[in-house]
Design a protein around this ligand. Structure first.
Ligand SMILES: [Zn+2]
Length: 457
C-alpha cells in the first residue's frame, strides 16, 4: 500500500490563508512547565516571553505556531468572561501579537470533553459510568486520577494553598518514575474528568470557542479531546443520554448495540458541527480542525467514538496525533527504541488504511519533539507529512540537538510547496549528519543512521 496524499483541491483552504508554503508548526502547552509535559503549573505560564518564544521558533525554521489555550486541567489562558484563568495572563493576546510580528500562522487548540476544573466545579456535567469497574461504581461520575500531569508545591505555599488554587488536586503523591509513558511524572496527583457530550458542558465549550474566535485573530482553531474517555467503554449513562438513546433507538441495548455506537459517534460529531459553526459565525476564513487519535476501529468506535468521516465532514482539517517515539526512544536503550519503531510501523499502517475516511480534506499531523531524539523526531516528521507539512509538540522540552535539526528541516520545507511529498531519506540523513557535528547523539547503537566517525589530525 502506497503512502496516501492530500488532493490539491483539499489544500485550497490553507492556500487561501498561507499561500503555497508547507506548514512547519511548533506548539506550546503553557500549563505544563519548562520540561516535557508531565507537570501542571500555573506559575510557569506567567513567566513566558511570547516574543522570545515565537522568535526562537522562527529562527529554527518554523512558520507556524500552536498555542494550547485550554489544556485538560480546564484553565483558559485568555482574557475570558466565560472560562477560568488562574494564570492571570492573557497569553492568547501576547502570542497573537508575536505571531503577527513574525508573520507566523497562529493556531489555537482547545481541549473539549476533558476538563478537570469543571469536574470539580460542575460535577453534574461529568459523564456517568454504566457498569461497575475495578476502581468505580456504576452510576458514578467518570472523575479519576490524572495519568500524565503531576503538581509540585510552589515556593512559599502549602499543599492546602495549592488545593485552593487547583480544586481538583488530591493529597496523593507519586514518587516513583519509570520509562513507560504513564510513569514519567512525579508530584501530587490531580483528578481529571471527562464530561458528557450531551450536557451543559457542551454549551460552555461552544460559548468559550465563540469568545476566542470573536476576541482574537487566530488563523485556525482546533478542537482537542473531541471524544469520550478512551480508558472506559461504559460512558455515558447519564439520564440525558439514556433518554435520548431510548427515543432514537427504542428497545436497543446500551454499550453493546450497533445503534449505541452510532449514537455516541453522532453525539461527538454534533459537537464538532457546533464547534465549527461557533467559529465560522465569526469569520468563515478561520480554519477549524479536530485532533484525531489514529487507531483501528475497535478503539475509535468502541471507546472514544471518533467517526473519522462524520468528524472529517464537520470541520475543515483533521489533525492526527502520531507520537510513535513517545512509546520509547533509543536514548533509553534497545528495547525502548524497538517499541518506538513498532509504534511507527503500526501508525503508518493505520494511517494508510484509514486515511480515506477523513474525506477529501486537508490532514495536518502532529508528532513529538519531546522525549525522543533528533533522528526519531525527523523520522516522524517525514512519515506523517502527507503534503501539508507537519506540526510538532512541544516548545519546552525540545533539545538543542532537535532545534538544530528543525532549523535544517524547516529550510528543506521552505523549498517545497503544499502538495509535495515529504523529503526523502537521503535529506533526513544529511540533516542528521550535519546536526551531529555540533550535537552528537546520546547513544549511537540503536540509530538508523549512524554518524560518520570524525578523523582527527
Ligand atoms: Zn451523558
Amino acid at each position: 500500500m502506497g503512502k496516501p496524499s492530500i488532493s490539491q483541491d483539499a489544500l485550497q483552504i490553507f492556500k487561501l490563508r498561507h499561500g503555497e508554503r508547507k506548514l512547519f508548526s511548533q506548539a506550546l502547552m503553557p500549563v505544563r512547565g519548562a520540561h516535557g509535559f508531565r507537570k501542571l503549573t500555573y506559575d510557569y505560564a506567567a513567566t513566558l516571553d511570547a516574543d522570545q518564544i515565537v522568535k526562537k521558533c522562527v529562527d529554527n525554521g518554523f512558520n507556524a505556531f500552536g498555542l494550547v489555550v485550554k489544556d485538560t486541567d480546564g484553565a483558559t489562558v485568555a482574557n475570558t468572561k466565560v472560562g477560568w484563568n488562574p494564570t492571570g495572563v492573557d497569553l492568547v493576546k501576547l502570542f497573537q501579537e508575536a505571531c503577527q510580528r513574525y508573520n507566523v500562522f497562529y493556531t489555537l487548540s482547545v481541549t473539549s470533553m476533558n476538563d478537570a476544573y469543571r469536574g470539580a466545579t460542575h460535577p453534574e456535567t461529568v459523564s456517568i459510568h454504566i457498569k461497575n469497574g475495578r476502581h468505580y461504581k456504576k452510576g458514578t461520575p467518570a472523575t479519576h486520577k490524572e495519568g500524565e500531569m503531576r503538581v509540585d508545591i510552589s515556593e512559599g505555599k502549602t499543599l492546602e494553598d495549592m488545593r485552593k488554587l487547583i480544586p481538583f488536586l488530591t493529597e496523593e503523591k507519586q514518587t516513583i518514575t519509570g520509562k513507560a509513558r504513564a510513569n514519567r511524572g512525579s508530584g501530587y496527583i490531580p483528578l481529571t474528568s471527562f464530561h458528557c457530550p450531551r450536557s451543559e458542558h457542551v454549551d460552555y465549550m461552544v460559548k468559550l470557542v465563540a469568545e476566542l474566535a470573536r476576541n482574537y485573530k487566530a488563523d485556525a482553531i482546533f478542537a482537542d479531546y473531541i471524544r469520550y474517555d478512551g480508558q472506559y467503554t461504559d460512558l455515558c449513562g447519564c439520564p440525558r443520554c439514556r433518554a435520548a438513546f431510548a427515543e432514537k433507538s427504542p428497545g436497543k441495548r446500551i454499550i453493546w448495540s450497533k445503534q449505541w455506537k452510532d449514537f455516541r459517534e453522532d453525539t461527538i460529531a454534533e459537537y464538532g458541527r457546533r464547534f465549527n459553526a461557533a467559529v465560522k459565525e465569526v469569520d468563515e476564513k478561520i480554519v477549524t480542525g479536530w485532533f484525531n487519535l489514529p487507531a483501528p476501529k475497535i478503539f475509535t468506535r468502541n471507546r472514544i467514538a471518533q467517526n473519522y468521516s462524520k468528524l472529517g465532514a464537520a470541520l475543515d482539517v483533521t489533525c492526527p496525533m502520531v507520537y510513535p517515539y513517545l512509546m520509547g526512544t533509543a536514548d533509553d536503550g534497545w528495547r525502548w527504541r524497538k517499541f518506538g519503531d513498532l509504534a511507527l510501523k503500526f501508525t503508518n499502517w493505520t494511517m494508510g488504511r484509514r486515511f480515506h475516511e477523513y474525506g477529501n480534506k486537508p490532514v495536518l499531523c502532529i508528532t513529538n519533539s519531546v522525549e525522543c531524539n533528533a533522528e526519531e523526531m525527523l523520522i516522524s516528521c517525514q512519515a506523517y507529512d502527507y503534503g501539508l507539512g507537519i506540526a510538532l509538540f512541544k516548545f519546552a522540552g525540545t533539545t538543542e540537538q532537535q532545534w538544530a535539526a528543525c532549523k535544517l528541516y524547516g529550510e528543506v520545507l521552505k523549498g517545497q510547496k503544499v502538495g509535495d511529498p515529504a523529503p526523502p531519506d537521503s535529506i533526513i540523513r544529511n540533516i542528521l549528519m550535519q546536526v551531529y557535528k555540533e550535537h552528537p547523539p546520546k547513544d549511537i547503537r540503536y540509530l538508523r543512521w549512524k554518524p560518520t566517525p570524525v578523523i582527527k589530525g
